[in-house]
Design a binder for this molecule. Structure first.
Ligand code: ME8
Length: 502
């Protein structure tokens, strides 16, 4: 089976921030989990470099849009690496390979009879690169997302006949109830479709920065169609001399709620118009909020992922984002909340469990995992847990899956408290019991750590090595026999130094 997962491609009009990192980490967790299951995985992220959002920022800064892209695209690439994203390709919409294929597909949609020339008049947000309907207007004709005044635009351009896809979309949603997840987002998209679809601009006549419309090179293709098509075009040229489309398409998309309409309505309609299979599905996540606002470049209240990573490590950041905020909902994040979870959950619960298991095996059994039977109490509590995690991740329920895994961490800690191996070690005649506890602990920790691996690849990788587990595939409790060498390693999540009092 193959699994193709994508992130939105980010505008190169500013520095990457934690909101971008969030979508990329989500997709990465799914990609890594599917690889653990032996799936054939392709994971795509990249940058959106055309259109008004980039052209306007370039003008403000007195540089060309291409210069802006060349400045920020590497920053997004670096961010992906820093947060340990295991993407198989990084697309830039200025790649020639992308632009050529965008023209081919748009030409096909035109030749299939879904494009006409017309006049548009409406309220336009240059940051969203989107015309707003009357119901979407903020107070005083402002953009509800960016809180800036909208401009009244009248222009002759090419239109995509979105209105003629209403029935196709309704049929698609009826046939595939999980096409858009979570359900409340699906309902939102469906309500938008049912209220009646209007045709949408396929080109911009005044803008010069974009992919030329193949049959009318005075115009450029509207940035949203150029951008959405990245999900398809990348497969055709990501690997020199190889077209991966047949192997990986259709994709599963991860995106934020701000761009729901484009992905859940325009995109499947456009694909049907082009004669391309619609996506496998999509998961729409909420916003990470700091002090009640969405983090964004225009509002300026941004938590810098670089700082967080430098202080706590990328794994802690990855963990926090999906633990603190239920994936799909909006949620508040804060440095204080972060430090609290780091301390109580990563350092005290998981880190300490790992440390105890490794240290006691070293102390009482010379670093050799004993040969023993699993303790039936733990075996019963672990029963079915890996399957539940798989099922939740099949639906991109990242927070619920993490919650299932964390129950195992807590169960193992409780097991240590219940069995008190340090007492067993002191008593004559308890050697077999101690063997069983240490074996069960090492096994439980190994299985739990494998499940956690997609969330925290670096620290769990170190721990798995210390546990003598070379593989990263998911495993059942008891599938590894005793007798392995177990090594002690420094704390996975060192306690923070107390800040000196001001
Ligand atoms: O919209 N919380 O790019 P963009 C969570 N280029 N996620 C956030 C976030 C926050 N506070 N802020 C941003 C575009 N995001 C287009 C996309 S796709 C074909 C084209 C994430 O740079 C979230 O995924 O504005 C959101 O959808 C995306 O960044 C918007 O990034």
């Amino acid at each position: 089976m193959s699994f193709y997962v994508t992130t939105p491609i980010y505008y190169v009009n500013g520095e990457p921030h934690l909101g971008h990192a969030y979508s990329t980490i989500a997709a990465d967790i799914l990609a890594r989990h599917m690889r653990q299951r032996g799936e054939d995985v392709f994971f795509l992220t990249g940058t959106d470099e055309h259109g008004e959002p980039v052209a306007q920022e370039a003008e403000r800064e007195g540089v060309t849009p291409r210069e802006l892209g060349d400045r920020y695209a590497p920053r997004f690439k670096e961010m992906a690496a820093k947060i340990e994203a295991s993407n198989d390709f990084f697309i830039r919409t200025t790649d020639q390979g992308h632009m050529d294929r965008v023209q081919e597909i748009v030409q096909r949609v035109h030749d299939n009879g879904h494009v006409y020339e017309g006049v548009y008049e409406g309220w336009y947000c240059p940051r969203c690169a989107d015309f707003k309907t009357e119901s979407e207007l903020g107070p005083g004709n402002t953009c509800p997302i960016h809180q800036i005044p909208l401009t009244r635009e009248t222009e002759t351009n090419w239109f995509f006949r979105l209105s003629s896809f209403q029935e196709d979309l309704e049929r698609l949603y009826a046939k595939r109830p999980d096409f858009v997840q979570p359900d409340f987002r699906r309902n939102e998209a469906l309500a938008f479709i049912r209220q009646g679809l209007q045709d949408v601009s396929l080109s911009r006549p005044r803008l010069k920065w974009g992919v030329p419309v193949p049959w009318d090179t005075d115009q450029v293709i509207y940035v949203w169609f150029d951008a959405l098509l990245n999900y398809v075009t990348a497969l055709a040229y990501a690997r020199e001399g190889e077209d991966l489309t047949g192997r990986f398409w259709p994709a599963f998309h991860i995106l934020g709620k701000d761009i729901l309409k484009f992905h859940a309505v325009y995109w499947p309609a456009f694909l049907i118009a082009a004669g391309i299979e619609v996506p496998k599905g999509m998961f729409i996540h909420g916003y990470l909020l700091m002090e009640g606002h969405k983090m964004s470049k225009s509002l300026g209240n941004v938590l810098d992922p670089d700082e967080v990573i430098a202080k706590f490590g990328a794994d802690a950041l990855r963990y926090y984002c999906f633990r603190e905020v239920s994936f799909g909902q909006d949620g508040q994040i804060s440095p204080a909340g972060f430090e609290a979870r780091y301390e109580t959950e990563l350092a005290n619960e998981f880190g300490n469990l790992a440390n105890r298991a490794l240290a006691m095996t070293e102390r009482y059994r010379d670093g050799q995992a004993p040969e023993a039977e699993l303790d039936p109490a733990i075996a019963a509590d672990f029963e079915g847990a890996p399957d539940r995690v798989r099922e939740l991740l099949d639906e991109a329920r990242l927070t619920q899956a993490l919650e299932e895994i964390w129950k195992l961490v807590r169960r193992l800690n409780q097991y240590v408290e219940e069995t008190r191996p340090w007492d067993l070690a002191k008593e004559d005649g308890e050697a077999d019991s101690l063997d069983q506890v240490l074996y069960t602990l090492a096994e439980g920790l190994r299985v739990t750590t494998l499940l956690l691996h997609p969330y925290m690849p670096e620290t769990t990788g170190r721990l798995l090595d210390a546990l003598g587990e070379p593989s990263r595939e998911l495993a059942e409790l008891g599938s590894q026999e005793g007798g392995r060498r177990i090594e002690r390693i420094p704390p996975l999540f060192p306690k923070l130094e107390a800040e000196p009092a001001a």
